[in-house]
Design a binder for this molecule. Structure first.
Ligand SMILES: C[S@@+](CC[C@H](N)C(=O)[O-])C[C@H]1O[C@@H](n2cnc3c(N)ncnc32)[C@H](O)[C@@H]1O
Length: 279
């Protein structure tokens, strides 16, 4: 549930995504077929609890509500909250929360400890913050699947493999937590008002890899952050800035890993090997 109600100002954007600034990221989906494809991409939700991030005027919500067992709507704009509350006044399995998704603890929204399915045409100005919030929930098995729309460039980065020019910190964190499927792209005309960018719908099947990589989640996340801290620097230099000594790095550095590699070129397996050697 929201912790202490929504803040008075919108949340800050993060450093991983270029800032786009329609009011609260409000580009409403007006392509009904796209709404249907998003709802379909969640699969059979007849026995499941679904959380929608930023339902807006309810374009996707109205299709989902009759399909799922329970639906929680997390909306930050008070005028939209009033509109949704009125619209769903006679639909007891739909709950409207006036809340900032980034301040919302998703765990209490579960029923009988069943993991949640998440859907949302995301407010693009906080896309990566929302993803990081979902990854934290995935580490606690709170979420199972998410079908989310975001700016196409961000989606392309998330889905690209290590060594690819678009691979970066957000790709690594996403692929550490989920299998990613790139579903479809929408042009600006699918929205009102139309954004300046194309949009992509991704499906994330959460499956955190910490156990498989034999790493401790919190400290490995910290290690990854340190490794990706400055894009132009080598992995080794970024780790030096995070207080690993040259001698520690020299002793732990795996033979198969180039000394001048950047984090963007390393696989998660290689990062895990180095992390464990340094532990
Ligand atoms: C891109 S619009 C999507 C609206 C609707 N789902 C649609 O597809 O037409 C993003 C929605 O997220 C809401 N929003 C923005 N920041 C939010 C936040 N921090 N927490 C929850 N909702 C937020 C906006 O008010 C808006 O309704």
């Amino acid at each position: 549930m929201p912790t202490g109600g929504p803040p008075q100002t919108p949340p800050q954007s993060d450093t991983l995504v270029p800032v786009k600034k329609p009011k609260l990221g409000q580009n409403f989906l007006v392509d009904n077929n796209a709404c249907l494809r998003i709802a379909d991409a969640l699969g059979d939700v007849s026995q499941r609890t679904v959380v929608e991030i930023g339902p807006g005027h309810g374009a996707i919500t109205k299709l989902l509500a009759p399909r799922c067992a329970r639906l929680h709507l997390i909306e930050f704009d008070p005028a939209l909250v009033r509109e949704l509350t009125f619209h769903f006044r006679d639909t007891p399995h739909v709950t409207v929360h006036h809340a900032d998704i980034l301040q919302t603890d998703l765990a209490p929204l579960r029923t009988d400890d069943q993991s949640l399915d998440v859907v949302g045409n995301l407010p693009y100005y906080i896309t990566s913050d929302i993803l990081l919030h979902l990854f934290a929930a995935a580490r606690e098995n709170v979420v199972r699947r998410a079908v989310v729309m975001m700016q196409r460039e961000v989606a392309d980065r998330i889905a690209s493999p290590p060594g690819h020019s678009e691979y970066g910190a957000l790709s690594a964190f996403t692929q550490l937590h989920a299998h990613v499927a790139n579903l479809f792209v929408l042009p600006p005309a699918a929205f009102d008002p139309p954004p300046d960018v194309y949009s992509t719908v991704l499906r994330l099947e959460f499956a955190p890899r910490f156990a498989e990589l034999c790493v401790e989640p919190e400290s490995f996340n910290k290690f990854l952050r340190a490794g990706f801290a400055q894009k132009r620097k080598t992995l080794s230099n970024n780790l030096r800035n995070a207080n690993y000594t040259a001698a520690q790095l020299e002793a732990a550095w795996p033979e198969e890993l180039s000394k001048t590699i950047r984090a963007e070129a390393a696989t998660l397996e290689q990062m895990a090997t180095l992390y464990k050697a340094l532990a």
